[in-house]
Design a protein around this ligand. Structure first.
Ligand SMILES: NC(=O)c1ccc[n+]([C@@H]2O[C@H](COP(=O)([O-])OP(=O)(O)OC[C@H]3O[C@@H](n4cnc5c(N)ncnc54)[C@H](OP(=O)(O)O)[C@@H]3O)[C@@H](O)[C@H]2O)c1
Length: 372
């Protein structure tokens, strides 16, 4: 947006670092990770905000709220934010208007919002007399939301892959039983994720074997307030009495084996974040196609020795073709204990940065995915 290169102060750069770190506290998904910091006239960081996921306050509004709670006078302050403030009325109000109403006089953001309906926030701010500059830490801000930018550019939903597996990478025993490999704490975590996403996707195989409901449920088993669309992928018919059909009309059969086509059908339905939950064939087809933005693995300290493997053929025949993943600190961290299980959170590594895979806060370590 800015034609002229801008020089930013040390305090502004430090504020952008704070905003980038704050952004990482939010969950990945339909919306980007965004952090915002408010600086007073002396350049001191007086409030920090971040976005907690679809349907919640945007980072700018969160920072303004934090400032108000602390009794900070917002007139004449500067806001430093990792993404161009939005201009659209979605599930929350437009951030540009909130910034104008607060009396903030300067806004520094890292990268433009690529999302058409939201773009244009900078223009609105400038028309209101606010000084707007961009480009500070742009590379870091792009990397923060690399997969989200890719998904928006490709007009497809953001894809989270979910696997609940044993220590030896099995998702079901020989007789097909799979409920429940995970601890109750992992199941509760999965159900809270289901309440945040737009759609869950499984294959016809899982429906025919497990007859899952695919609803978001609270720990007592009741339905959560927000229910995702339940999508089943595959050419076979989904039985009329399958539990996944439900009675609320939030069911969709994607009669295809092409993951790209499945994603574009979901996008057409308004889905911006889909969680692929299995089984092996569907998990593998999305991984082999390079269509996974986020990987969540619940690893149970259990051995089966035989049974259904988490993954099938990914088309990899030699180690140099292995898929590489990196630990993802966003939304609660890369490795967490949930009951007896470990919850692993990863994002794809770009080929050029494969050697930089590292567990934040620990020694650099090469991590190989594709052989779970
Ligand atoms: N632990 C877990 O997290 C978890 C989660 C889910 C499932 N599971 C387990 O996974 C097992 C089922 O795995 P699964 O692999 O048999 O079933 P699946 O992946 O759910 O479905 C496989 C079917 O999907 C269709 N399909 C659509 N696109 C495809 C593609 N690109 N490649 C191949 N098939 C495609 C095919 O059926 P069509 O002929 O209809 O096209 C195929 O037979 C069950 O035992 C279940 O319990 C475990």
């Amino acid at each position: 947006m800015n034609a002229v290169a801008t020089t930013f102060s040390v305090l502004e750069s430090a504020a952008m670092d704070t905003a980038l770190r704050a952004a990482l506290q939010g969950p990945r998904g339909a919306n980007p990770l965004v952090g915002a910091v408010i600086l007073n006239a002396d350049g001191e960081q007086v409030a920090v905000g971040y976005h907690r996921g679809a349907g919640t306050a945007h980072a700018e509004a969160d920072a303004i709220l934090e400032a108000r709670k602390a009794g900070i006078e917002l007139r004449g302050t500067t806001m430093v934010v990792t993404l161009e403030p939005c201009n659209h009325v979605g599930r929350t109000g437009p951030c540009a208007q909130a910034i104008i109403a607060a009396g903030i006089t300067r806004v520094i953001y890292a990268v433009d919002d690529p999302h058409d309906p939201a773009a244009g926030g900078a223009r609105t701010l400038r028309s209101a007399g606010i000084t707007v500059e961009s480009g500070l830490a742009a590379a870091d801000a792009l990397e923060l939301n690399r997969e989200w930018f890719d998904a928006v550019a490709s007009k497809r939903p953001f894809v989270t892959l979910h696997i609940a597996q044993t220590l030896d990478s099995r998702i079901a025993a020989v007789d097909g039983t799979s409920q429940w490999i995970s601890s109750p704490e992992s199941l509760a975590d999965n159900h809270s994720l289901r309440g945040l996403i737009d759609a869950i996707l499984v294959g016809t195989g899982t429906v025919l074997i497990d007859n899952p409901r695919l609803t978001a449920r609270d720990p007592e088993g009741g339905l959560s307030g927000r229910q995702p669309l339940r999508a089943v992928m595959g050419r076979r018919e989904v039985p009329q009495d399958a539990a996944v059909r439900g009675t609320d009309g939030r069911f969709l059969h994607l009669a295809t084996r092409d993951p790209r086509e499945a994603l574009s059908m979901l996008f057409e339905e308004g889905v911006r974040h889909v969680m692929v939950e299995g089984g092996s064939s569907i998990l593998s087809t999305f991984l082999a196609a390079g269509l996974v933005d986020e990987l969540i693995v619940y690893l149970a300290p259990t051995l089966l020795g035989s049974g259904t493997p988490a993954l099938n053929d990914l088309g990899i025949t030699t180690l140099s073709q292995a898929q590489h993943w990196m630990w993802d600190e966003a939304g609660g961290g890369s490795v967490r204990t949930l009951g007896n299980d470990l919850r692993l959170h990863l994002r794809p590594t770009r080929p050029a940065t494969t050697q930089e895979n590292s567990l934040p806060g620990s020694e650099a370590a090469e991590y190989v995915s594709g052989g779970h």
